[in-house]
Design a protein around this ligand. Structure first.
Ligand SMILES: [Zn+2]
Length: 335
């Protein structure tokens, strides 16, 4: 299935690239129209470049004539630069506008003499195949929309078992999230475990982090724990799910596992969950993979439900962020 989607995407990329070039040609035409001298220089440059190439191919030509051509090209370039500088025109930014500067909308990048799919197209494959609607509302789920005022600034030790107010607590979690983004490629940077009741902004914050990392060219895969574990079990029994899906769960840069604790756990799923969490901690082949887990369970419940093997991974390799306060979803609608 993903092969045919990839074909469609590449076709879409071809179109995008073509229209970027067409748009560039149009802008160039307009520029030449207002600067005929520039067109003249460019035309001459093209002719000289072609002649230089011909002369190099034709070994009968003396090196002096090739040097002469190169000198002429240099002189023309200087003249062109002087012309553009006199008009304060930034020619370096005068090029086709691609959606992805990294692959220039080809969908591929060259890594150690091998062509690999660019992260932009990988992310599109993830979005289409697995994320469905979950990660599409990222436009509004970013740090600019993160409203700390929704959290109370009153300390309520008895209720929340903390000497911090919900607002100071969320400020700390926000800081931790920023440093998670900043140090994403540092192997020692811990993963994130968000624990707390629903309606306290866990999913919103995961989305904010996903949004920032997508901007940084990382791939992000969102899964709820029940769906992820069912997918893996299906793959084990060769039902529907493909090897690619399974590989992506293990290898995507950032995996967000939402709603941990809502799955119907059995020994097989337990083993698979351990495998996902553990494999992603190994950063195999020097590829950094990080995970954000979100759960309504508290630490005590997590320990009881998942036993020492998984729990020790949480404690050792995850920054545990406890969300507390009043349900902000209600407040949002009333602010
Ligand atoms: Zn790209």
């Amino acid at each position: 299935m993903s092969q045919s989607i990839l074909k469609l995407l590449l076709k879409e990329y071809e179109q995008k690239r073509l229209s970027a070039f067409l748009d560039f040609e149009k802008r160039k035409e307009n520029l030449y129209h207002s600067l005929p001298k520039l067109e003249e220089i460019d035309k001459e440059l093209n002719i000289f470049a072609l002649n230089t190439a011909k002369s190099i191919l034709n070994s009968n030509n003396s090196t002096t004539s090739i040097q002469e051509l190169k000198d002429k090209i240099e002189a023309l370039k200087v003249e062109k630069q002087a012309l553009l500088s006199s008009l304060h025109f930034d020619y370096s930014s005068f090029k086709p506008h691609f959606d992805c500067e990294k692959c220039e909308d080809t969908g591929y990048i060259l890594i150690q003499q091998h062509y690999e799919l660019c992260s932009c197209i990988k992310q599109k494959l993830f979005d289409i195949a697995y994320n469905q609607s979950n990660i599409t509302d990222l436009k509004n789920h970013n740090f600019e929309h993160f409203n700390l005022a929704l959290y109370s600034d009153k300390i309520c030790e008895e209720l929340y078992r903390s000497n911090l107010s919900p607002r100071d607590n969320i400020k700390n979690i926000k800081e931790i999230s920023h440093s998670f983004i900043k140090n994403f490629d540092v192997p020692e940077q811990k993963n994130l475990l968000f624990t707390g009741n629903t309606g306290l902004g866990k999913s919103f914050l995961s989305d904010c982090i996903a949004c920032e990392l997508l901007k940084n060219g990382k791939t992000v895969l969102y899964q709820t724990a029940p769906v992820m574990l069912d997918t893996i079990i299906d793959y084990r029994f060769n039902k529907n799910a493909s090897q690619l899906t399974y590989d992506n769960i293990l290898n995507v840069d950032l995996l967000i596992i939402d709603d941990l604790g809502t799955e119907n756990l059995n020994s097989m799923k337990f083993t698979e969950l351990f495998n996902v969490i553990n494999t992603r901690l190994l950063n195999q082949n020097h590829h950094i993979t990080k995970t954000i887990i979100s759960t309504n369970l508290n630490l005590q419940d997590l320990r009881t439900k998942y036993d020492e093997r998984i729990f020790s991974r949480f404690v050792g390799a995850y920054n545990i962020c406890r969300f507390f306060g009043e349900d902000i979803r209600f407040k949002k609608n009333n602010v």
